[in-house]
Structure formats: structure tokens, C-alpha cells
Write a protein that binds this ligand. Structure first.
Ligand SMILES: Cc1ncc(COP(=O)(O)O)c(C=O)c1O
Length: 432
């Protein structure tokens, strides 16, 4: 046994998985390895990178900011970078969301939203409204609160004893419809369970949390737009808050700036992270309505939201976020997104008939292929084979079990994106 300190890599089974690949340079859509290979980053380094690695405008912004104010606490202080970010986000967030609370990553943005929802009802004299409703197949992060509102899975099972109970309702997973119906002729009947729950128990429910339109880690499940619209309506009618976890879907991933915008809805709380800084530095944020914020203001200190992290509102991360949002204004980002979306649609239409394909799904810059298998789910035996094949072909993809998906940085060219789809098509011939 070596006495040297070792890196314990995330989501990795050392006894089974290949050793980590050492990256020495990242530029545009490419990751360069120490043994001279070049990989297309087909998953935007865990769904974070928007404008390509090493974008000069982001590098310049963080370099300047580091020299000016590197870090300062956000309790009792503020700084130009976070104020500029507030102003930039105000221009793009759905109208009706008025206050932003910064944290560190997607999981903490979710923790903050759940805690805000619960304390909101307490602060307005309804402490009995404290339960949370979550969707099947949900993923909201790996901290204990975020795992509690995520679906039960191999990721969460060792920690079952730590998780708080939640009400679980159906997701609109049309390929494996939980109520045996077929789109588009169904009436979104999977919502009945939520409808009944809210009718019977709204008096004890604080919030419903959902990944709007696209459930990511649960298998890249794309919901019909009407599903989210009706969840929004049901929550409003039942006086239950809606938390939209836009950690993955925000900043253009679903075609518009936010998935909620695609559906024309405004949630009560929205969680942001991943693409917030263009994918360069960690930062999370939870945005809420003025009604929620107001409930925390008063002469009684017990109304305070006692939550904060050391690096909350970090100036360098905020500067990266401001630079990333400026790129949306200066470069044809939504044209790039539309190009990606159009190539995804063409390529999925072509591969749909392949003998190994069960379902294809896409929205915005995400394209997914669910493969037929007798062991569906994250631990499917197809996963390591597909991963290895694609890496050897020069493309980084991390299939979610039997679901292969592409979620590239927006600067990928049509040729590069077609190259990725060509490799997937080959992988299906060889691996399945
Ligand atoms: C929808 C969603 N919420 C929350 C998270 C957790 O984010 P983080 O890994 O930054 O904690 C993720 C991560 O994949 C996510 O997809």
C-alpha cells in the first residue's frame, strides 16, 4: 500500500473503472490528454461548459477580478462583481423573481431552495406546511437534502437512514409511461397522482420540486411542455410553492435561456448553477419571488434565513458569470444552440430505427438515445462498453447506463457534432 496521498475520484469504482485520463489542456470543445490525444467534450464537462473551454473573455474577466478583489464574505458586505451579476441576471430571469441568494454549486442551490420553502411557511404562521413533493427519476445533487428530494437509486441507497421523507409522484417518462398511456393521445394522466396528493394534503405541503422539462441524471427524460405548465397551475391552485431546479436546464440548454421560459411559466423558487459561470468556476444561486423574501424580513431575528457558505458570491466566480452572460449578447449563442438542436433532430430521426434503439429524446442542445436492454438503469452493462468505445474514438460521452446522450458546449461546429453522432451510431453497431 502506497503512503502517497491519492485522489479519490467521484462516481468511480477503482476496482472496475479505467484509470483517470490526464488532461493537460482544454480549448474550445477539445480536451487534450498527456499522451497526445484530443477528445471532443461531448458532455460539456458534466453539463457546465457553455462557450467552449478557455474562452478569452472569461479568462480576462477572472484575471482582472482576482487582482482587484479575490474574495470577501457576503454577510454584511457586497462588491462590484456580485452587483454586476445581479444586474445581468435581472435582464434575463423570468419577471416576478426578485431576490437572489448565492451559494456554491447545484446541490447547495437546491438545499437553499428547500430550506427557504420550509421556513417561508413557518415565518408566515403555517409551520404545518413542511413536506416536500418530488418526482420519480429526479436528481437534485448529492448532499443529504438534495438526495432526499432525488429519486431512490444506487446513489442514495447507502444513506437511506439519513434522508428526510418526501412525497413522490410520477414523472412524465413517456417511453416508460408510469400509468400505461401513450403520447400524444394521453391527457398527461401521470399528473393524477400529484393532483390527488395536492387535493388531499396541500395543507401540509410546502413545495413541489422539479427539474423543468428535462430530468438529467435520471436518464435524460424529456417532459411534454404541458406537464410543467400543469404542475405550475396545480401548485398555484393548492397554495404550494414550485421549486424549478434549472441547474442543468438553465442558460440555453433547453433552447431558451431557461426551461421555464420554454413552458411560459414562472416558478416561486429557481435553482441555478453549472452554466451560470460559463462552466469555469463553481457557483450556485437560488432565486425567489418578493413574496417569499418578504416573509423573512422583520424585527424578529428568528425570521432570518440563517444559511451561508464561506465562498458565497465569490467575486472571481461572479466575474466569470458576468463575462459568460456578455458572451450571450456579443456572440450568436442562440443561433449556435438552434444549429445544435437541428442536427440533433436530424440525427435522432435517422438512428431511431436502429435495432438497438428503444427511444430517442431531444430538447435544445441535449440529444439522448435510450437503448433496449434487459438491465436498464445507471448500472447497465452497456455503459462501460459504450464509454470505452467513444473515448477510443476521440469523444467524451458518459452514458447514463443504457442512455447515451450528447450535451456539447455551444461552440461545437456542425462537423464536430456530426462526428460525435457518427461515433454513437458506430458504438451501437459494435457494443449492443
Ligand atoms: C438538476 C440538477 N440539480 C442539481 C445538481 C447538483 O449540482 P452539483 O453537482 O453542482 O452539486 C445537478 C447535477 O448534475 C443537476 O443535474
Amino acid at each position: 500500500m502506497s503512503s502517497q496521498l491519492q485522489i479519490w475520484h467521484p462516481f468511480t469504482q477503482e476496482a472496475l473503472d479505467p484509470p483517470p485520463i490526464r488532461i493537460t489542456k482544454a480549448k474550445g470543445v477539445y480536451l487534450y490528454t498527456d499522451d497526445g490525444r484530443r477528445l471532443i467534450d461531448g458532455i460539456s464537462s458534466w453539463w457546465v461548459n457553455l462557450h467552449g473551454h478557455g474562452h478569452p473573455a472569461i479568462i480576462e474577466a477572472i484575471t482582472e477580478q482576482a487582482a482587484r478583489v479575490d474574495h470577501v464574505l457576503l454577510a454584511g458586505f457586497t462588491h462590484d462583481a456580485v452587483e454586476e451579476l445581479r444586474a445581468a441576471l435581472q435582464k434575463i430571469l423570468p419577471a416576478g423573481l426578485s431576490h437572489i441568494f448565492f451559494s456554491d454549486d447545484g446541490s447547495t442551490a437546491v438545499e437553499v431552495a428547500v430550506k427557504m420553502a420550509v421556513q417561508y411557511w413557518q415565518n408566515i404562521g403555517r409551520p404545518e406546511k413542511r413536506a416536500i413533493v418530488a418526482l420519480d427519476h429526479a436528481y437534485h445533487g448529492d448532499t443529504v437534502g438534495a438526495m432526499s428530494v432525488g429519486a431512490e437509486s444506487a446513489f442514495t441507497s447507502p444513506f437511506r437512514s439519513l434522508l428526510f421523507p418526501v412525497h413522490r409522484v410520477h414523472s412524465a417518462y413517456c417511453y416508460r409511461c408510469p400509468v400505461g398511456k401513450t403520447r400524444p393521445t394521453c391527457d398527461i394522466d401521470c399528473l393524477t397522482k400529484l393532483e390527488q396528493l395536492l387535493t388531499q394534503k396541500h395543507g401540509e405541503i410546502a413545495a413541489v420540486i422539479a427539474e423543468p422539462l428535462l430530468q438529467g441524471a435520471g436518464g435524460m427524460i424529456v417532459h411534454p411542455v404541458e406537464f410543467l405548465q400543469r404542475v405550475r397551475r396545480l401548485c398555484a391552485e393548492s397554495q404550494v410553492l414550485l421549486i424549478a431546479d434549472e441547474v442543468l436546464t438553465g442558460f440555453g440548454r433547453c433552447g431558451n435561456m431557461f426551461a421555464c421560459e420554454v413552458a411560459g411559466i414562472v416558478p416561486d423558487l429557481m435553482c441555478l448553477s453549472k452554466g451560470l459561470t460559463g462552466g469555469v468556476l463553481p457557483m450556485g444561486a437560488t432565486v425567489c419571488t418578493s413574496g417569499i423574501h418578504q416573509a423573512f424580513v422583520g424585527a424578529d431575528r428568528s425570521r432570518t434565513f440563517y444559511h451561508g457558505h464561506s465562498y458565497t458570491g465569490n467575486p472571481i466566480a461572479a466575474a466569470a458569470a458576468v463575462a459568460s452572460l456578455k458572451i450571450f449578447e456579443r456572440e450568436p449563442v442562440f443561433e449556435r444552440i438552434a444549429m445544435i438542436s437541428s442536427i440533433h433532430c436530424q440525427r435522432l430521426a435517422a438512428i431511431r430505427e436502429h435495432r438497438a434503439v428503444g427511444d430517442v429524446r431531444s430538447i435544445g442542445t441535449m440529444a439522448a438515445i435510450e437503448l433496449k436492454t434487459d438491465d436498464p438503469g445507471y448500472t447497465s452493462k452497456l455503459r462501460p462498453k459504450l464509454y470505452k468505445f467513444c473515448i477510443e474514438a476521440g469523444v467524451l460521452l458518459r452514458p447514463l447506463g443504457n442512455v447515451v446522450y450528447v450535451l456539447p458546449p455551444y461552440v461545437i461546429t456542425p462537423d464536430e457534432l456530426n462526428y460525435v453522432h457518427d461515433r454513437i451510431a458506430e458504438a451501437l453497431d459494435v457494443c449492443v
